[in-house]
Design a protein around this ligand. Structure first.
Ligand SMILES: [Zn+2]
Length: 90
């Protein structure tokens, strides 16, 4: 016979609070209020894909616009990357 005891367990789960810049620590959400957006996405992903499945490893740092434009963009340009911003609409 199995015996059971009633216990109350506290389940701890993570609740999203905010995203901060991995360089300066600033709150990134503050720059995206209302209908305007100003976002940075840096991502490198590699892995395997087959028949609709995928396994991958992803490097995706959170970087604020200020750090991107003042630190990363000048570095990319110093490496010889000279692409400019391109307008788009959907
Ligand atoms: Zn930053």
């Amino acid at each position: 016979m199995d015996h059971y005891e009633e216990v109350t367990e506290t389940i701890i789960h993570k609740k999203f609070i905010k995203t901060t810049c991995d360089i300066c620590g600033k709150d990134i959400q503050e720059e995206n209020m209302g209908s305007h957006f100003n976002e940075v996405t840096i991502c490198h992903e590699y892995g395997q894909r087959w028949q609709g499945c995928q396994t991958a490893s992803k490097f995706e740092p959170d970087v604020c616009v200020k750090c991107f434009t003042e630190k990363i963009l000048p570095y990319l340009k110093s490496l010889g990357i000279n692409i400019e911003y391109v307008d788009s609409s959907y």
